[in-house]
Design a protein around this ligand. Structure first.
Ligand SMILES: [Zn+2]
Length: 197
């Protein structure tokens, strides 16, 4: 599998498996963050989920996907070492820890912590990293003994030029979809009971 093919598949999963769930989640009053778990062997989706903080403020997209993953019957649940973890947005400190404690050796994300703050008006990821862990943006160890975190856009930038434009166009389309979801969340969030909304 080439990097280009993997990137195309990850964008497919975000667009087709995660975004429809997120559209419904935002409609219900949740944030727009989502995640999926794929089998490394054939890149099929095991679970795709979205943020569900109106039920429990710990149900970030990533943690909610993990909750669903562990609700699967044991025989249908692959080892996490055999899986790819996909997050629409760079995981926060809670989700970085959740991915670590559940044994994944990787995660891929589309939008960065800075995007969450600047494009999506959710500053909490960076604020918590700074306030609790004294980390500046980019300050956590993205390649460590547990896992490697991959920014999909950085992988796209490293593609041969001929393959790059197609992926960049797809990402622009997806980003426009997230802009609409963000506007919907921001206009509905006043007065909800999510502690860090
Ligand atoms: Zn999180």
């Amino acid at each position: 599998m080439t990097d280009a093919a993997l990137i195309e598949r990850l964008l497919d999963v975000i667009e087709q498996d995660i975004m429809p769930k997120t559209a419904a989640g935002v409609e219900a009053g949740n944030k727009l963050f989502g995640a999926a778990i794929l089998k490394k062997s054939d890149l099929s989706v095991v679970v795709a989920e979205t943020n569900n903080e109106i039920e429990n403020p710990l149900w970030h997209g990533e943690v909610h996907a993990l909750k669903r993953f562990y609700e699967l019957p044991h025989e249908r649940r692959p080892d996490t070492g055999d899986c790819i973890f996909v997050a629409t947005h760079e995981p926060c400190s809670l989700c970085l820890s959740a991915i670590t404690w559940t044994g994944f050796d990787n995660f891929y994300f589309l939008f960065s912590h800075e995007d969450s703050r600047d494009s999506f008006a959710i500053p909490h990821d960076l604020k918590i990293l700074k306030e609790v862990f004294r980390l500046d943006p980019g300050g956590y160890n993205a390649k460590n003994a547990y896992w490697t975190g991959y920014a999909i856009r950085r992988l796209v930038e490293a593609l041969p030029e001929a393959e790059r434009a197609g992926s960049q166009n797809r990402i622009a389309t997806i980003a426009a979809g997230y802009d609409a979801l963000s506007a919907a969340y921001q206009s509905s969030k006043a007065g909800n009971d999510i502690p860090l909304n």
